[in-house]
Design a protein around this ligand. Structure first.
Ligand code: HEM
Length: 222
């Protein structure tokens, strides 16, 4: 009998997906997320999330600009993904022209921004880029549908989740994974990307905990 041993899949896209699965599960089951998705919260709770996202994406997209000259980071600077303008448009609609006065950045957001402001390598940037944008193109689409269903929000208020230049997420995500797999990283750098992606997920989970603290309808939920 021939026993076939399959080589472990060492492509970065596979490693990222597999290694961050527990962190994904942890993040998506925080009380704030399950309550928001289940219709137990309010438009205001989503607006709170969107204001934190604005602060976070401003720092993430600034990190990308800092690394524009880096050959490994540059292919990830994809205009169609940029989210700050859509978040600003959403917040202007949701809170009015003075929306910036209403922003109250949470401690978890401040901690997340500090990490993003410290990004100085393509490995770390790619990890944070993957965690946010591939998530927005995946679960983000479900989140947008739930916000519309439960809170009567409109697509115009949720353009954060609409990538106008990416009409079909599936082929884009396939190309994105090919980009990850073609990145010129050494095995050590690949390990660094995977480790940083776990950090990125944990920062998102911590944000949900903070958001839960000030938006919780049921004080017994974590
Ligand atoms: C309500 C919460 C969430 C739901 C329902 C959700 C759902 C999903 C689903 C269904 C996929 C698989 C899509 C596919 O195979 O193409 C996915 C992938 C992904 N999600 Fe989430 N997600 C949630 C929260 C998050 C959060 C908080 C993050 C991180 C900030 C995140 C990051 C990702 C990433 C990076 C992927 C791509 C995995 C890969 O294929 O490499 N998700 N999500």
């Amino acid at each position: 009998m021939i026993v076939e041993t399959l080589a472990p899949d060492t492509a970065l896209s596979s490693l990222l997906r597999t290694a961050t699965r527990p962190q994904h599960e942890h993040a998506e089951t925080r009380g704030f997320v399950t309550q928001l998705m289940g219709g137990a919260l309010s438009r205001e709770a989503y607006i709170d999330l969107a204001t934190q996202h604005h602060a976070i994406y401003s720092a993430l997209e600034a990190a990308g600009e800092r690394l524009r000259g880096d050959a490994a980071a540059a292919p990830f600077l994809i205009d169609a993904l940029v989210r700050v303008p859509s978040l600003e448009a959403d917040l202007a609609l949701l809170l009015g022209p003075d929306w910036r006065d209403a922003v109250d950045v949470l401690p978890a957001t401040r901690a997340y921004i500090e990490v993003l402001d410290g990004i100085d390598t393509a490995e770390r940037f790619v990890a944070h880029h993957y965690t946010r944008y591939l998530g927005d193109l995946s679960g983000g689409q479900i989140i947008s549908r739930m916000l519309q269903r439960h809170y009567g929000m409109t697509p115009e208020e949720l353009t954060f989740y609409t990538f106008t230049e990416i009409p079909k997420p599936k082929p884009f995500k396939d190309d994105y994974r090919a980009l990850l797999d073609a990145a010129p990283f050494t095995p050590e750098q690949i390990d660094a990307v995977v480790e940083e992606a776990k950090v990125a997920f944990d920062l998102n989970a911590a944000l949900f905990v903070d958001l839960g603290g000030r938006n919780d309808e049921d004080s017994t939920a974590a």
